[in-house]
Design a protein around this ligand. Structure first.
Ligand code: BGP
Length: 469
């Protein structure tokens, strides 16, 4: 008997907007990503500009069969992707869906099933229809709940025999940092108050419960998860003030999973809301929805930990995945300054499981690095990405430890299993893949796919069910 459970879901993760391309093909409407040429951290433009690499992505829309065959070769049990909302409802508020968009995902899911790969589908991964951002100002507007419900109902009904695992909002906590990218809120961040942002989040939380309810009505076998950006916080020193600062940071992040899992706003939120003049407007039925329809499992992305201090000005800042924090002297950082911390993953898994006792799913983890395509020993082109193997090895070793600690984990999907356009910076050179895609920041490249060294390593990890890390 190995450590990983027999039915552990090994696989990889992508998001529609970072891979599909075909941004205006077969009736698709624009999404917020189509006007973010510099990525989710940058400013948006009036209309799509040719320098936005996401417009073509890695042409997954036309090449998904080739890509899925490669995933199958690695032995994937699961593949996480998202449905692009604006392929289904181009503006977001139409009465009838776009059949060509629905057909695309039918074909995609059929292709996965051909190889016995289970789809894991995110309903909303940073790709709100642009029209909803412009006309409704995104999730600030309560009408978004009904529009999202209609979209979710459409895809739940359509794919009820093809998709079992669903996630509602990707990194639901990121609305605070990326209101446009994450929440479709087309108002500059500086003009938004905490009240605006937490109210928008409330709408997303209610929508998430509503579609969880709906999912179980449509197919009782559906498993619905929330998805949060996980980040354990460490105190910079053992000064109790620093310890408290780290605790408070974690609580504000826990808020999202606490509501999704426990079904109510935690008590610690009351004080924070009071001190920041936040009064969440509940409408009739909101509290009952949150309480009665919690998620079946909790999924999260994990890239790094964060370090906090009472007086941050005394320390150097770190850079990171949306949330920054201080530079931790014990950790090395990636080429993009994200601090690498495998043990943090074990901590996150233990902390979530202690808190909720529901199954956990690691749906994003990986290393964004610069890769070089070279001729391999057998004469084929490859990338000798030992650094990526080292990163994944160390993280999966900590997943193993967490399982031994008693944590219930459903699966692991490595982020950007095929090179894709970066979310935060819209670069192609920030590569996470086990498969190299020949495309570059200047838009050049023929989009050919090549197996990296990590491809073969991960294939062996999956074949041994995590015994050979
Ligand atoms: C997460 C997002 C992903 C993804 C990943 C890596 O926050 O959910 O969409 O891209 O981060 O980030 P980046 O692409 O910016 O390196």
């Amino acid at each position: 008997m190995g450590v990983f459970p027999e039915n552990f879901l090994w696989g990889g993760a992508l998001a529609a907007n970072q891979v599909e391309g075909a941004y205006n093909v077969d009736g698709k409407g624009l999404s917020v990503q189509d006007v973010l040429p510099n990525g989710g951290l940058g400013a948006w433009t009036e209309s799509p500009t040719p320098d936005n690499l996401k417009l073509d992505g890695i042409d997954f829309y036309h090449r998904y069969k080739e890509d899925i065959a490669l995933m199958a070769e690695m032995g994937f049990k699961v593949f996480r992707t998202s449905i692009s909302w604006s392929r289904i409802f181009p503006n977001g508020d139409e009465e009838t869906p776009n059949e060509a968009g629905l057909q695309f995902y039918d074909d995609l899911f059929d292709e996965l099933h051909k190889y016995g790969i289970e789809p894991l589908v995110t309903l909303s991964h940073y790709e709100t229809p642009l029209y909803l951002a412009r006309q409704y100002h995104g999730w600030i507007n309560r009408d978004m709940i009904g529009l999202f419900e209609k979209y979710a109902r459409t895809v739940f009904e359509r794919y009820k025999h093809k998709v079992r695992y669903w996630l509602t909002f990707n990194e639901v906590n990121s609305v605070l940092e990326l209101p446009f990218t994450s929440g479709g809120i087309d108002i500059p961040k500086e003009q938004l108050t905490k009240q605006d942002l937490y109210q928008a989040i409330h709408h997303e939380l209610v929508a998430s419960s509503l579609v969880t309810k709906l999912a179980h009505e449509i197919n009782p076998d559906f498993k619905v998860g929330c998805m949060v950006l996980a980040m354990p916080a460490y105190p910079m020193t053992s000064d109790p003030k620093d310890v408290l600062a780290a605790h408070q940071f974690e609580n504000l992040n826990y808020l999202f999973s606490d509501i999704h899992v426990r079904g109510e706003y935690p008590k610690y939120a009351n004080r924070f809301f009071k001190e920041h003049g936040i009064e969440i407007q509940f409408e009739e039925g909101d509290a009952e929805l949150l309480k009665n329809y919690p998620v079946d499992f909790l999924s999260f992305s994990y890239y790094m930990s964060i370090t906090e201090a009472f007086d941050k000005s005394k320390y150097a800042s770190g850079r990171g995945n949306i949330l920054g924090g201080l530079s931790n002297p014990f950790l090395e950082a990636s080429d993009w300054g994200w601090q690498i911390d495998p043990i943090g993953l074990r901590l996150v898994l233990n902390r979530y499981y202690d808190r909720y006792q529901i199954p956990l799913f690691i749906v994003e983890n990986g290393l964004g690095a610069k890769d070089e395509l070279v001729v391999g020993a057998d004469g084929t082109m490859t990338v000798l990405d030992d650094y990526r193997i080292d990163y994944m090895h160390k993280h999966l070793a900590q997943v193993k430890e967490a399982i031994l600690d008693g944590v219930e984990i459903m699966g692991y999907t490595s982020w950007g299993c095929i090179d894709c356009v970066s979310m935060s910076t819209a670069e192609m050179s920030k590569r996470y893949g086990l498969i190299y895609v020949n495309r570059h920041d200047d838009g050049s490249g023929d989009l050919e796919r090549y197996r990296k060294k990590s491809f073969f390593w991960y294939r062996d990890v999956i074949a041994s069910n995590g015994e050979n890390l």
